[in-house]
Design a binder for this molecule. Structure first.
Ligand code: PMP
Length: 353
């Protein structure tokens, strides 16, 4: 090894789902929304004045912050916006997890948490989910340097009731508790209802799933003004102009179309519930999803074989070759037609074996 190489930080990066280049495929592997963004977003895009690209964007993202504050009926001082919730979560790790005690998150969860903890050299522990993939609340009663978990959890799809989230908060009043609600619009009750009671609570959400805007990279956190101020201080110590101008403008347009948002979320939930019935008929078993994906296994069929066979048909689902997960496929809910194509193939595959 050369001397300069010794000073390079070595990390194992997060591996995102595949983004194949071809057009004609059914993409059920990265929990994207199968429907386009709200029509108001297209209109705002058409009307955008490209001359404004000369200028730096608003570093405070005020337009979007104010619109989010209105939507959630909080103060603008309680809102932080970032480039996707990944950016918001990374900033939150950097800002709030500075203890020598370990940060706690489940062993099976969003795999980026571990990557940020390693990158920022934050000690962490990963209490095991039980055999039904449930988070054991007692694991989060011990001393720690902070707590983070997604609700609903990913990739299991399981949601916890608000009472459970409040119990975790009750037992962790001396550290920051982050609830990652990337999928909350598809089921479950948001921890936003607890904001008034717990100033150490940070709720993180995204436009990537329920608002069909993964490509625009818009995420946000809502919490007490003290938490949001701390996040801003770290952000401005790192990069002031994170969110580009089009994302700021189009994010506002997406929020203004409430009817479209509700309708697409409703369609996805309906398709998901139908998918549960079909998958059960085919012999799949899965935790009961409250998200826009289903984490399923087939007791008689290898998940890896199904994954590869589907890929040959240009149907992409997500497969994790990892301990405790390798028997499962994570299937994003697509349109009814896309799901029908999936089931038609699975019917043949599962029965022919
Ligand atoms: N949290 C969870 C639990 C996720 O599954 C994802 C999607 N990969 C994210 C956060 C990040 O999403 P985004 O950066 O697109 O907002």
């Amino acid at each position: 090894m050369k001397a300069w190489e010794e000073n390079i930080r070595r990390v194992v990066p997060y591996v995102p789902g595949e983004q194949p280049k071809e057009d004609k495929l059914i993409k059920l592997n990265t929990n994207e929304n199968p429907y386009p963004p709200a029509p108001g977003v297209q209109k705002a895009l058409r009307e955008m004045n490209y001359d404004t690209f000369r200028k730096y964007p608003d570093p405070a993202v005020s337009g979007l912050v104010n619109e989010l504050a209105r939507w959630y009926q909080v103060q603008p001082e309680q809102v932080f916006v970032g480039v996707g919730s990944d950016d918001v979560l990374a900033m939150a790790f950097l800002t709030f997890f500075n203890s020598k005690k370990p940060v706690l998150f489940p062993d099976i969860t969003y795999s980026f948490y571990k990557v940020w903890a390693e990158l920022f050299q934050i000690p962490y522990e990963t209490p095991k989910l039980d055999e039904k993939f449930q988070i054991c609340r007692e694991d989060y009663y011990k001393e720690n340097g902070g707590v983070i978990f997604p609700n609903p959890n990913a990739p299991t799809g399981l949601v916890q009731p608000l009472e459970f989230v409040e119990d975790i908060l009750n037992h962790n009043q001396d550290v920051v508790v982050i609830v990652d609600e990337a999928y909350i619009d598809f089921g479950g009750e948001s921890a936003l209802a607890l904001l008034d009671k717990y100033e150490n609570l940070l709720v993180v959400q995204t436009f990537s799933k329920s608002r069909s805007m993964a490509g625009m990279r818009i995420g946000y956190a809502i919490g007490s003004p003290a938490l949001i101020r701390a996040l801003h201080d770290v952000k401005y110590s790192y990069n002031s102009y994170t969110m580009n101008m089009p994302s700021q403008v189009l994010g506002v347009a997406a929020l203004r179309d409430e009817a479209y948002f509700k309708e697409t979320v409703r369609k996805i939930i309906t398709t998901r519930e139908k998918a549960k019935v079909r998958l059960r008929e085919l012999g799949f078993v899965f935790p009961d999803s409250s998200t826009n994906f289903i984490f399923a296994r087939h007791p008689q069929c290898s998940a890896e074989k199904i994954f590869l066979a589907l890929k040959e048909q240009k149907i992409f689902v997500r497969y994790f070759k990892q301990d405790r997960l390798s028997e499962y496929l994570r299937i994003t809910i697509g349109t009814d037609e896309e799901m029908e194509a999936l089931f038609t193939f699975l019917e043949k595959f599962v029965n022919v074996r």
